[in-house]
Design a protein around this ligand. Structure first.
Ligand code: SAM
Length: 233
């Protein structure tokens, strides 16, 4: 049985000051830190003046990596899991690692250290009702997009999803089509771009207005899309 503890530590989504006292405490006391990209985490640790052994894990990490984490935990170590940004497990390989570890060690002690998350950050500034909302993660690149946008147009709730700079324009064009077909072209949305970073920008309005504003700016950076509930003005 594992006697160590796995800490799931949320890290900044841009601004390196966005780290909790508790996260710093846990990182400082860690015996090993597993991260997506050691270069990204090394930068954060350098900022925090913490020196620790870093080990990479990713979506395709094989059983050897899982075995390595499980063995470290079995030795009673304090193991930390971080992702490149935000809360591990929320649309990054962290969730996969936790599931695979639990399959090997069902009684594993897991302690989450809450902190930044891009979806919640955008939602908190959206002004849309958030008592009930849907989180859709990344929109699929190919299959099922049309169906998903039709579902989005029919959805009564606030919906939050992630999009990359490569597809934000195309996705918004498809959302515009779906909203037009559903006769809700005025449905409002908010896009949070480069949240917590130097060029943080919010685009607010109808999909048409937001698309135009985005086309005027360079569509660089990271994006969260928050769609207001159907019928919301
Ligand atoms: N685990 C992360 C979290 O808790 O938010 C999400 C990881 S997911 C791989 C990365 C996506 O989150 C990006 O493509 C972007 O859509 C969104 N994202 C992350 N940081 C962001 C930021 N600073 N501004 C806007 N979107 C961001």
């Amino acid at each position: 049985m594992a006697s160590g503890t796995l800490f799931i530590v949320a890290t900044p989504i841009g601004n390196l000051q966005d780290i909790t006292f508790r996260a710093v405490e846990v990182l400082t006391a860690a015996d090993a830190i597993f991260c997506e990209d050691t270069r990204v985490t090394a930068k954060l640790l350098a900022h925090l003046k913490i020196q620790k052994p870093l080990f990479a894990y990713h979506q395709h990490s094989d059983e050897k990596v899982i075995g390595q984490v499980a063995a470290t935990l079995r030795e009673g170590m304090r193991v930390v899991l971080v992702s490149d940004a935000g809360t591990p497990g929320i649309n990054d390989p962290g969730g996969m690692l936790i599931a695979r570890l639990l399959a090997v060690e069902p009684t594993l002690t897991i302690v989450p250290i809450p902190g930044p998350n891009a979806a919640i950050t955008a939602l908190s500034a959206s002004g849309f009702p958030a008592g009930r909302f849907q989180y859709w993660g990344f929109i699929p690149h190919k299959k099922g997009r049309q169906t998903l946008f039709r579902e989005l147009a029919a959805c009564e709730d606030t919906v939050v999803f992630y999009e990359s700079k490569h597809r934000i324009g195309k996705t918004l064009e498809q959302v515009r089509e779906a909203f037009a077909a559903a006769e809700t072209p005025e449905r409002p949305l908010v896009i949070g771009r480069e949240l917590t970073k130097q060029f943080e920008t919010f685009y607010r309005g109808t999909v048409e207005q937001v698309l135009r504003a985005l086309q005027e700016d360079e569509t660089l950076g990271e994006f969260v899309v928050v769609v207001g509930p159907r019928g919301w003005h």
